[in-house]
Design a protein around this ligand. Structure first.
Ligand code: GRF
Length: 187
């Protein structure tokens, strides 16, 4: 059995989608949901799905090995970031080489980097008058949105699109492809 841990800071619709996708899979399961935010919606997602969760503080994440230990104790094979907003520290990355992935709601290297998350990404895509946007799934390194790219796919945009409709198109791609790519990495 391959075990996934999902890290999220917010609502967790991707987390919910990934948990659902692997629900009846006998080889892969979502073992834990971890969050830096004690009021994150993703913690309810985990509770309702019967998945263990762990909330950690900034100090625990950056100055102790509590989170690393938790993942090792639970024999996690892949760490999946899905709307997790903190930079992952070097020691954490070294502890799980090529085992931490993230999804970014745009076609990196465009519209990435510090501060480029959530609605801001889609607002920037709209302001730049782009005819397409998409998703990027990539390995995580100690810099925001800079790790090696694993997968990208795009969707077209029209002048009528707003940041909200762009977000909806991107979420649709995320729901379709993030679980599939996770499955491929673990097979
Ligand atoms: C997603 O758009 C993802 O690309 C980004 O954060 C967002 C999380 O959304 N990294 P949700 O909480 O899964 O709805």
């Amino acid at each position: 059995m391959k075990r996934i841990a999902i890290f999220a800071s917010g609502t967790g619709t991707n987390a919910a989608n990934i948990i659902r996708y692997f629900d009846d899979n006998h080889d892969i399961s979502v073992k834990a949901v971890l969050s830096n935010n004690p009021t994150a919606g993703v913690l309810n997602v985990a509770k309702e799905a019967g998945v263990d969760s762990l909330v950690f503080t900034r100090e625990e994440f950056y100055e102790t090995d509590k989170v690393i230990r938790y993942l090792l104790d639970n024999q996690i094979d892949l760490v999946v970031l899905a709307g997790f907003l903190w930079l992952v520290p070097e020691l954490f990355i070294q502890s799980f080489p090529k085992k931490i992935i993230n999804i970014h709601p745009a076609l990196l290297p465009a519209f990435g980097g510090k501060g480029m998350y959530g609605a801001r990404v889609h607002q920037a895509v709209k302001a730049a008058n782009k005819q397409e946007t998409g998703i990027t799934i990539h390995y995580v390194n100690p810099h925001y949105d800079e790790g090696d790219i694993i997968f990208q796919t795009s969707c077209s945009l029209s002048d009528d699109d707003t940041p909200d409709t762009i977000a909806a198109k991107v979420h649709k791609l995320e729901y379709e492809f993030y679980p599939k790519v996770i499955g491929q990495l673990l097979n």
